[in-house]
Design a protein around this ligand. Structure first.
Ligand code: URA
Length: 226
């Protein structure tokens, strides 16, 4: 076969194979082979890969690992934090530092295990020094969260802290005013509470309300399963 024919015949396929070997299926492949139905697990892998390779904002420059999210795709609950901290950046997993341990305790208190829920963040790369993510970082990263929510299609979203609340509800109203009732993000019920790091830091101020919010979440979730 002449080289030209060979290239014509296999054009695209070679790139796809290289793409697959390097990254697993990517967005490009998933669109091209749109007739193929991918499992939820494969689809979350696509999102994870896109997040891990993302260079859309400058946060990628200093990250050790991007942190897409982790957990149960069928559990019906997503917890959304702010962004990875130091430990999450090192391990590439959400909520694995002190705040994460506290979150595990919060979940256990309402009879939930971490592997029953999906946990992610608004921004997927660590803001330097754990500063609050900037609006442009949030806007750039938000499509990944939108894809995660659309794929998982949870029965309930739980926002942890102001960044998640502002991003999903588009409201600057403080948590103290918004908490205690069910809100909605695109028709999905949404409960919000304080960020575990804030509760750890100021237990006297936030512990009681957070516990009440968690009980509300527990009751909502129980009713769903009836
Ligand atoms: N704080 C967050 O908001 N997310 C994490 O993953 C860890 C700490």
């Amino acid at each position: 076969m002449k080289e030209l024919d060979f290239k014509k015949q296999f054009s695209g396929i070679i790139e796809d194979v290289i793409d697959y070997l390097e990254t697993g299926f990517t967005d490009r492949l998933s669109k091209q082979y749109s007739g193929i139905t991918l499992s939820k697990k494969d689809q979350i892998t696509l999102i994870d890969n896109d997040v891990r390779r993302c260079t859309k904002c400058h946060l990628h420059l200093k990250r050790l690992n991007a942190v897409p999210g982790k957990g149960n795709l069928e559990g019906g609950i997503i917890f959304i934090g702010e962004g990875p901290g130091e430990m999450e950046d090192i391990k590439g997993e959400p909520f694995v530092g002190k705040a994460g341990q506290f979150l595990s305790g919060m979940l256990a208190a309402i009879q939930l295990k971490r592997d029953e829920v999906y946990i992610t963040n608004v921004v997927k790369c660590r803001p330097p020094g754990n500063r609050t993510p900037l609006p442009e970082e949030i806007n750039t990263c938000f499509p990944y969260l939108e894809r995660q929510i659309a794929l998982i299609n949870p029965s309930i979203i739980c926002c942890l802290g102001g960044v998640a609340v502002r991003t999903l509800l588009g409201s600057d109203t403080g948590i103290s005013k918004l908490r205690g009732k069910i809100h909605h993000y695109k028709d999905i019920p949404l409960i919000l509470t304080y960020h575990p790091a804030a509760v750890l830091r100021f237990p006297d101020r936030y512990k009681r309300d957070t516990w009440n919010d968690l009980k509300m979440l527990r009751d909502f979730y129980r009713d769903l399963k009836k």
